[in-house]
Design a protein around this ligand. Structure first.
Ligand code: ZN
Ligand code: ZN
Length: 304
């Protein structure tokens, strides 16, 4: 009988048992052992449990706030529906924010744009034909806008915030804060508003809770700007600045998606409970404000 090892080495042909010369074929596929995925998922459970027990206070307060905001500001007709939509909103927001952060480190948008201009594919050639047709001054302006959009907006986090020589400058700190608000929730609110997103199940429509999205977004930016600056140790975000393919944050998602810098070093972010409560109170003040004009009313409208 010919063993697997012999087949892979191609000696099976030499013995004449199998009529395929494996030596001329690409490297045979070695399948991942069955149940590996389930075992990997199960191996994360103790770390996720440790993450939640380490951050019991923060988790408890966040859950209570999700309940309160869902009941107070959810658009669903029933409390149960509003709470379900609230927790779904929180999950979608945090996971989307995590993956946007990952994409910003995976893709070099400026290089992509520069390469696209030199490319000969049909899209690039159509665009260059359009650019050749419009006056040169206009095409230069469009080119500059595109470059600005790629380099200063889409690549800002990777090329500016992760550059220790310039990321402490006030305008870069401010830009990072604005971008955090946008990419960690603002963009979802904008799309949800514009498209009037909703999911209809058995005649009931469930919508994203914009107040909860903005709560996460504002919490994220405040923690990134204040807590990570003043609380030096243990600071898992520092590790993200050492290796940008790890510790994207929050810790629970890094555990889930296998991007922890050190799986044994679970972050204690209970200090973020203060941020959470302060932001929650400010949101409620903005929304419940009876002032007929001014910034509170305007903010209340945004958070509607
Ligand atoms: Zn950072
Ligand atoms: Zn980053």
């Amino acid at each position: 009988m010919v063993s697997n090892a012999q087949c892979i080495n191609g000696t099976a042909t030499a013995h004449g048992h199998i009529g395929i010369d494996l030596s001329t074929h690409p490297t045979p596929v070695v399948n991942t052992p069955k149940n590996t995925f389930i075992e990997i998922c199960m191996s994360k459970v103790p770390h996720l449990y440790k993450c939640y027990t380490t951050n019991k206070l923060f988790s408890l307060v966040y859950v209570v706030i999700i309940f309160l905001i869902s009941i107070l500001y959810g658009s669903e007709s029933s409390y149960i529906g509003a709470i379900m939509a609230g927790f779904t909103t929180h999950s979608i927001t945090t996971v989307l924010g995590y993956w946007i952060h990952v994409v910003f480190h995976m893709v070099d948008f400026t290089a992509l744009y520069e390469n696209a201009k030199k490319s000969t594919n049909c899209v690039a050639s159509t665009l260059s034909r359009i650019f050749a047709w419009v006056p040169r001054r206009i095409s230069t302006v469009v080119d500059n806008i595109m470059y600005f959009f790629c380099y200063y907006i889409l690549d800002f986090h990777d090329k500016h915030h992760h550059n220790t020589n310039i990321n402490k400058r006030w305008y870069n700190v401010l830009t990072e804060a604005i971008q955090n608000i946008l990419w960690e929730g603002g963009i979802i609110v904008f799309i949800s508003y514009s498209l009037s997103l909703g999911l209809s199940i058995y005649g009931r429509t469930y919508r994203l809770n914009h107040t909860l999205i903005m709560l996460w977004s504002l919490y994220y930016v405040s923690y990134h700007l204040i807590n990570y600056t003043f609380i030096k140790s243990p600071n898992t975000h520092n590790k993200h600045h050492i290796n940008f393919e790890t510790n994207y944050g929050p810790d629970s998602l890094d555990i889930l998606f296998g991007t922890k810098y050190d799986i044994e070093n679970i972050e204690d972010f209970n200090n973020g409970t203060i941020n959470l409560v302060v932001i929650f109170v400010l949101i409620v003040i903005c929304k419940e404000s009876t002032f007929n004009s001014g910034i509170l009313r305007y903010l209340g409208k945004i958070l509607k």
